[in-house]
Design a protein around this ligand. Structure first.
Ligand SMILES: [Zn+2]
Length: 331
């Protein structure tokens, strides 16, 4: 997988132009933003990391996570989503123009990963899988093609996207996960791909996700780790650190602590990311002047076999910014 296949540079530039305007509009409301302790370990000692587009990001002294504080309130965040130019561009351009590549390179492997997880943890053929933040339903389409689950449920709060999911024939719970009740869905496995980085309060979000699975059931989620190569190297120049859409970047220690605080049993934490080196390479190609450490430049400029080998080390040792977690809701 290459970054340019799933996020073509020209489309990405156009997306970020709009996102920056979104950020500027929301940053005007900063006097009403709220300061927060570390969203992962709950400790308060923090140091300023950087300011970006009117948002302040800090590093937790206790667990090393990176997060926005102060941050927009949940009401401000939902209002932003409804008027976001970037979100509009995503649905009208980005999504359409990259759907085939993303289906092939992202959603199909995700479905295979989740089907393998069901095998690994002994879920039966009638098992129920809930997709939290189902969006356009691309993941569920691929999951159904795997024919591994007896029933799949989309949890999607956006009315328009919920309609798209219904159009694919999916059962839809049209709610924010924080509002989902036990009676709405009791999945054997719930999945939330790349949602955590967006939410106001990761702990509340994770507890709510856990409520969608039956006692003893599994929760899978993926997010962006602050300790990954591309985020560490690019830091405030990382496009993953993109206010107002991404507010939370746990370290590996932080994400583990978060699962404990949510009352979940950590089953596995891995960083199977494939793109860290490619992201740094692309960023430097577009902006050679960025203040990137010399050795990171050497890695980004190395031949393909070397880059692959380095990325494999990041994958194997918790050093990629793409982190996947599996947790169990206590029985
Ligand atoms: Zn922390």
């Amino acid at each position: 997988m290459r970054e340019n296949d799933i996020r073509p540079a020209a489309l990405l530039d156009a997306f970020f132009e709009r996102l920056q305007r979104d950020a500027a509009r929301l940053a005007v409301q900063r006097p009403h933003f709220v300061e927060c302790p570390c969203p992962f370990c709950a400790e308060t000692p923090q140091r300023s990391a950087f300011e970006k587009e009117g948002f302040r990001y800090v590093e937790c002294d206790a667990c090393g996570s990176l997060y926005a504080s102060p941050r927009p309130t949940p009401i401000q965040l939902r209002a932003y989503l409804e008027t976001s130019e970037a979100a509009e561009f995503w649905s009208t351009h980005f999504y359409r123009e990259t759907a085939d590549a993303r289906r092939e390179q992202m959603f199909r492997p995700r479905a295979a990963r989740i089907a393998a997880l069901a095998d690994q943890y002994g879920l039966g053929p009638d098992a129920v899988c809930a997709d939290i933040g189902a969006g356009y339903g691309l993941f569920l389409i691929e999951l159904i093609a795997c024919n591994r689950f007896g029933r799949v449920v989309a949890v999607e709060p956006d009315a328009r996207l919920a309609d798209v999911c219904r159009g694919h024939g999916f059962e839809v719970v049209e709610k924010w996960v924080e509002d989902v009740r036990d009676t709405d869905v009791a999945a054997d496995l719930a999945v939330a791909f790349e949602v955590l980085e967006h939410v106001f309060e990761p702990l509340t979000f994770l507890r709510a996700c856990a409520q969608t699975v039956r006692p003893g059931g599994l929760l899978f989620f993926s997010t962006l780790a602050s300790t990954g190569f591309d985020i560490q190297v690019l830091w405030e120049h990382s496009r993953s650190v993109s206010p107002p859409q991404h507010l939370n970047f746990p370290s590996i220690a932080g994400v583990t602590r978060l699962m404990e605080r949510a009352g979940l049993v950590t089953v596995e934490v891995t960083t199977p990311g494939q793109l860290d080196v490619d992201i740094v390479r692309n960023r430097l190609a577009a902006h050679p002047e960025l203040p990137v450490p010399r050795f990171a430049r050497v890695i980004a400029g190395a031949d393909e076999a070397t880059r692959e080998a380095v990325q494999a080390v990041f994958r194997a040792h918790g050093l990629s910014s793409h982190v996947q977690c599996v947790a169990r809701r206590p029985a």
